[in-house]
Design a protein around this ligand. Structure first.
Ligand code: RP5
Length: 172
């Protein structure tokens, strides 16, 4: 297995059911990754150590998912110059709005690229990581192109399904 390029982190193992979607996309695009549980609040020293050593180990960017008072992505950004993609997760009575605001509202100069809340956010975090890596990697760029073509084909086939359903009811 080649050295990891992308670090996928999450605040708790309870985030895995959603964050596994990031991992699946990275695997699909054959992007080497590592996966860790790190908590901005429960293991802050470890977060600082991990973030500050990551670029020396060849990591090129972070994906960080957390719910509630979601400070993991921001803490990684504070301790590393690498790009950080934050995934706000649903983990409290506030249904992800808390995590969205905590992740997205970073102070100027310490960016976290924040994707949508939950499952689609986890998928898009890995797609965004792939797009960033594709700027300097032709193979990932090619795989992304193939994926985009597949998505377009899926939409086309849905139009065909739609038309045949409408024909069945004599609506077309
Ligand atoms: C956050 O608190 C984690 O990212 C998780 O989404 C949430 C709840 O964590 P657990 O109490 O389930 O470990 O830090």
């Amino acid at each position: 297995m080649p050295d990891p390029l992308v670090s996928v982190t999450m605040g708790s193992i309870s985030d895995l059911d959603v964050m596994i979607r990031s991992v699946r996309v990275l695997r699909e695009f054959q992007i080497p990754y590592e996966v860790k549980v790190l908590s901005a609040h429960r293991s802050p020293d470890r977060v600082a150590e991990y973030a500050s050593e990551a670029s020396d180990r060849g990591i090129e960017l972070f994906i960080a998912g957390a719910g509630g008072a979601a400070h993991l992505a921001g803490a990684l950004a504070a301790h590393s110059p690498l790009p950080v993609i934050g995934v706000p997760l649903v983990a409290s009575a506030l249904a992800g709005l808390d995590a969205l605001l905590a992740t997205v509202q970073m102070p100027g100069g310490v960016p976290v690229a924040t994707v949508g809340v939950g499952k689609s956010g986890a998928v898009n975090a890995a797609h965004l990581a792939a797009r960033i890596l594709a700027l300097s990697d032709d193979e990932i760029d090619h795989r992304l192109g193939t994926d985009r073509a597949r998505q377009a084909e899926r939409v086309e086939s849905q139009t065909e399904q739609l038309n045949s359903r409408l024909r069945e009811e004599d609506l077309l």
